[in-house]
Design a binder for this molecule. Structure first.
Ligand code: AMP
Length: 223
């Protein structure tokens, strides 16, 4: 059976990381989130983390060469899943070209690739990001709409929650701009290939998840 590969697109704050987690948990697929991988490297203070730090804190994309290598290494370590969700990669045309090469190299023709866009208005994205609490394990919370059970502690791993350094108003503005300029053109690429699935992200977490599962089932991409 061919492997299923999904790229999740959406502006920062669209909830694509949360939705990627929920889908992967439900169908035992593997999520690869570049943002999470980078935050771990930043926390460790690794060489890669230090190269990425300035870009991440300013809301800019980290140079694609670094990211492409990160993805290649990650994928080499986990080749045996039936499905993959890429959260936050590829994010520009250059990365898209590399992504296609890496996938071909690792899986040959034994996979089908789809793009899934979770769309929300910038206004809504800003509101969500300004109220976001994050955990190093990848979990995210909203101060009002999805608060942790015990204040400032992750429900999943118990670690202390933090406000991401790139969730400041001026950085949020820059990240949204970068998304519209760099990542949105990729949606046209996937739309032209008839591989783009669109999901309205302006709903509750569970309704969006149900919507994704329903759509994938309707398209015959999930059993
Ligand atoms: P995210 O967690 O997806 O919001 O990503 C946080 C930050 O990590 C972004 O604002 C970028 O600085 C960096 N980043 C994440 N994914 C990529 C990527 N594919 N290419 C370059 N930089 C990225």
């Amino acid at each position: 059976m061919k492997k299923k590969i999904f790229i999740f697109f959406g502006p920062p704050g669209s909830g694509k990381g949360t939705q990627a987690d929920l889908l992967c948990q439900e169908v035992s697929w593997h999520k690869i989130s570049v943002g999470e991988l980078l935050r771990k490297e930043l926390k460790m203070g690794s060489q890669l983390g230090e190269k990425a730090r300035r870009h991440v804190s300013q809301g800019e994309l980290v140079p694609s060469l670094i990211i492409n290598n990160l993805i290649r290494n990650r994928l080499d370590k986990c080749k045996n899943y039936q499905g993959y969700v890429f959260d936050g990669y590829p994010r520009n045309i250059e990365q898209n070209e590399n992504f296609l090469k890496i996938i071909k190299d690792v899986f040959g023709d034994k996979c089908d690739i789809y793009a899934l866009e979770i769309w929300i208005e910038d206004r809504e994205a800003k509101e969500r990001l300004e109220n976001r609490l994050a955990c190093i394990c990848g979990a995210v919370y909203h101060k009002k709409y999805n608060p942790p059970k015990s204040s400032n502690k992750c429900d999943i791993c118990g670690k202390k929650l933090f406000i991401r350094s790139d969730d400041k108003p001026n950085v949020i503005k820059r990240r949204l701009k970068v998304y519209h300029q760099e990542s949105e053109p990729l949606l046209k690429f996937w739309e032209k290939s008839d591989k783009l699935i669109k999901i309205n992200g302006d709903k509750s977490i569970s309704l969006i998840h149900q919507g994704i599962v329903r759509k994938l089932k309707t398209l015959g991409l999930l059993n």
